[in-house]
Design a protein around this ligand. Structure first.
Ligand code: FES
Length: 148
């Protein structure tokens, strides 16, 4: 039988995709440069129609950004309370590992309309440490009201 190894380098339990055979509750999580939290709650997921997170993870694998110093992690979230901008995706940078943020706390809007090419472009911009707003323009993001 073929031995499956997950992205953390651990042998996987039969019948699972990534569950490690040797479970260590204190094992550190894998480094990420950026995490994209894509809303998978009722309204956004209906707009997305497909499991967007699985599709995005495949693209990241193909681009070699599923591991290493420029790793981009995709995770699903519940409702942000910004459903009118569905499908909402928040960009969060790992400032603990990478210092000064460039794209932290940006909320992408209408990502269900993005093509694979557009996602690849976003992943490239993030991995190269460029500024998303410069590359995509203000209109790609959910406007945020600032209170003084
Ligand atoms: S369901 Fe996605 S922001 Fe509300």
């Amino acid at each position: 039988m073929e031995v499956k190894i997950n992205e953390m380098g651990s042998e996987v339990v039969d019948g699972f995709l990534c569950k490690p055979k040797d479970f260590d509750p204190n094992r550190p999580i894998m480094h990420y440069k950026t995490i994209i939290m894509i809303c998978d709650d009722e309204r956004c997921s209906k707009a997305g129609k497909i499991d967007k997170s699985a599709q995005l993870r495949e693209i990241l694998k193909d681009m070699g950004l599923n591991k290493g110093e420029n790793r981009i992690k995709i995770t699903r979230t519940g409702c942000y309370g910004a459903c009118r901008f569905r499908q909402v995706a928040q960009v969060v940078e790992n400032t603990q590992a990478n210092g000064e943020p460039k794209n932290n706390a940006l909320w992408l809007k209408h990502t269900h309309q993005y093509s694979e090419t557009e996602w690849r472009n976003i992943f490239r911009i993030l991995s190269e440490g460029k500024i998303l707003k410069d590359e995509l323009g203000e209109d790609a993001f959910i406007p945020m009201k600032v209170y003084n």
